[in-house]
Design a protein around this ligand. Structure first.
Ligand SMILES: [Zn+2]
Length: 219
């Protein structure tokens, strides 16, 4: 490490995304323990989604409530984009979750429509997927699944409306990029599963080896 790198490390010393404590990475021990109370990980096999006779592996990191809910809302809507480091650190430190990520070849974030992305400045799922891919040494691919319609936000709709709202909204492109690969789809919050199922339907048009889902939280 040269002097400049040392100086930069000092200036940008990581702090805990939850309590701001310095010196323990992006998630301190205390907050890590607190977050672990909400961890759910792999669903029981019977609860996996079956799609066209193929079982889809499903992993939710947290239950969407209390502290987790507060952090995710801050992350998505209140400019706390730095929290992606904290979420990823939690995943890396939890063997079961990290092994799950590493068992895939490519991670694909649920895409955002260009208009919405321009307004918010970032796609929160893409940032986490990118960091997870880097840490797990797998690939992140954002030019495979497109969102072609700027539809209503799922959170404003009921279960039936959600299904219709995501119909024909996602489109598979460059499908040769995922040929014969194990694909993991990332989304932030899982509620009815309508968004993820619409993505699975598109991804499944390619000749893939396996498909899985990882979400930050299950509502
Ligand atoms: Zn902390």
């Amino acid at each position: 490490m040269n002097l400049l790198e040392k100086a930069l490390e000092y200036i940008f010393l990581p702090s805990c995304g939850v309590c701001n404590k310095l010196g323990e990475g992006y998630l301190c021990k205390k907050c890590g323990k607190e977050l672990a109370k909400y961890a759910i990980y792999l669903e029981k096999p019977g609860e996996n989604i079956t799609y066209k006779n193929k079982e889809v592996e499903k992993l939710h990191i947290f239950e969407y409530k209390e502290l987790v809910r507060k952090l995710i809302i801050g992350y998505k809507f209140n400019n706390k984009s730095y929290l992606y480091k904290t979420f990823c650190e939690f995943i890396v430190k939890n063997k079961k979750a990290f092994d799950f990520v590493q068992s895939y070849d490519i991670i694909i974030p649920v895409p955002m429509h260009n208009k919405k992305k321009a307004k918010r400045g970032y796609n929160q799922s893409e940032i986490i997927a990118k960091e997870l891919a880097r840490l797990a040494e797998i690939k992140m691919e954002k030019h495979v699944l497109l969102k072609t319609k700027d539809n209503k936000m799922q959170s404003t709709l009921n279960k039936e409306e959600r299904k219709n709202n995501v119909k024909n909204v996602y489109k598979l492109i460059n499908k040769e990029k995922i040929d014969n690969k194990k694909i993991l789809i990332f989304d932030d919050i899982y509620t009815t599963g309508a968004t993820i199922e619409a993505c699975i339907e598109e991804i499944s048009k390619a000749n893939i080896k396996q498909i899985g889902i990882i979400t930050l939280a299950k509502d």
